[in-house]
Each structure stands twice: as C-alpha cells, then as structure tokens.
Design a protein. Structure first.
Length: 203
C-alpha cells in the first residue's frame, strides 16, 4: 500500500471536559432543601440537577483530546500562581435569561467574587494558546439548580420566574476556593457522570 494511504491504527480518545470548583457536602445539602422548596411551589416541567453533582464551573472545554489533559493541568498551575485560597458565600436565586421566559434556575455567589473573576480570566488566558477560545460573555458565577424543559409553556415559565423572585433562602453557606479540578463528563440517560481527572491547588 502506498505510504500516502497508510492509516494509523491509533484512535484519538476524545472526552468531554470542564474546569470546576467542587462543593462541600453541607452546601449540597442546602441546595437539596432549596430544590425541594421550589418543587413544592411549581408544576412546570423542570429537570432538576442532582445536588451531589452540582459544582461551580469556571470553564467548559467541550470535547477534547484526552492526550492534552497534562498540558491543561500545567496551564492551570500557571493560572493559580500567586492566588491564595479565598471564600465565597451562597447568594440569592436567579434565572436565565429573564423572569418572563425562564430557562435556567440558578443560585448566585457573593463575597470574594472578584477573586473568582480574576481566576476565571487567568484560566481563559492560559488556555488560549492551547486552542480554547476565551468566553465571549461576562462571567456570572453561579450554581445551576434546574433547567426548564422545552415543553414548558410561556405561562409556566413566567410562574417559575415569580416563584424564584419570591423565594428566600432558609440559610446561607460558605465555600472555600482552594483548588481547581479538571473534570470529565460522561452523558448518560440517567444523567451526567463526572470524574475528576486532575486537581490543582491554589498557592
């Protein structure tokens, strides 16, 4: 067979990946109670995120070649240089894109969020040379609680907006940001499965 038609038997392994801060158990428990509170007040078709897998996403990478995870970890080590661990707190409820046509229900973060923004910008910067485009939208740190299903009516979406606006948290919670995790996401019928690939500690 001519050299030009030779096919390498090696197959590139592709994985779906993102960079995130994981949540402590006590915050996940609070989010579970909050979800139950919202469920009781709405009949809209909503897909609730399992509290056990809720995390703070700093960068979604999409489908990547598994062979470059080492380079991503090295870039993250550069991104965290000089940033010491810091605290953020659970904030108020919010929705995307607006209360009249709710698609996503989320909970915001307060406290040292400017450091969180700095960290996200650094991640964008160090990953650009690896071919990852910087985020085009401004960074809004949040934890996704639910996504409204496509079959929801405009009235149901508006009702959800009013419910979210009138819901107050029963308690707050604090999150120490002291490490970043490179995560693998496997999509299944039962929901996504997240696996930690690597961890980079803040200095």
């Amino acid at each position: 067979m001519p050299v030009g038609f030779w096919v390498d038997s090696y197959q590139m392994e592709e994985i779906r990946a993102f960079i995130a801060v994981e949540l402590p158990r006590e915050i996940k428990q609070r989010l579970d109670r909050l979800q139950n509170q919202l469920k009781a007040g709405s009949r809209a078709p909503v897909r609730w995120v399992d509290p056990d897998i809720i995390h703070l996403t700093l960068k979604f990478l999409g489908n990547i070649d598994a062979a470059i995870t080492g380079k991503i970890t090295a870039a993250l080590q550069e991104a965290v240089r000089g940033i010491r661990p810091f605290q953020v707190e659970i904030g108020g409820l919010g929705v995307f894109p607006n209360p009249r046509r709710v698609q996503v229900i989320w909970i915001g973060l307060e406290g040292e969020v400017e450091k969180l923004g700095q960290l996200q910008r650094r991640i964008d910067s160090v990953l650009t040379p690896l071919g990852f485009k910087p985020e085009s939208r401004s960074f809004t740190p949040h934890l996704t609680l639910a996504r409204v299903r496509d079959r929801a009516t405009p009235e149901q979406r508006q009702d959800l907006g009013r419910l979210v606006a009138g819901t107050r948290l029963d308690s707050s919670g604090s999150l120490k940001v002291d490490s970043l995790h490179l995560m693998k996401s496997q999509l299944t019928r039962e929901g996504p499965i997240y696996t930690r690939i690597d961890t980079v500690a803040l200095e």
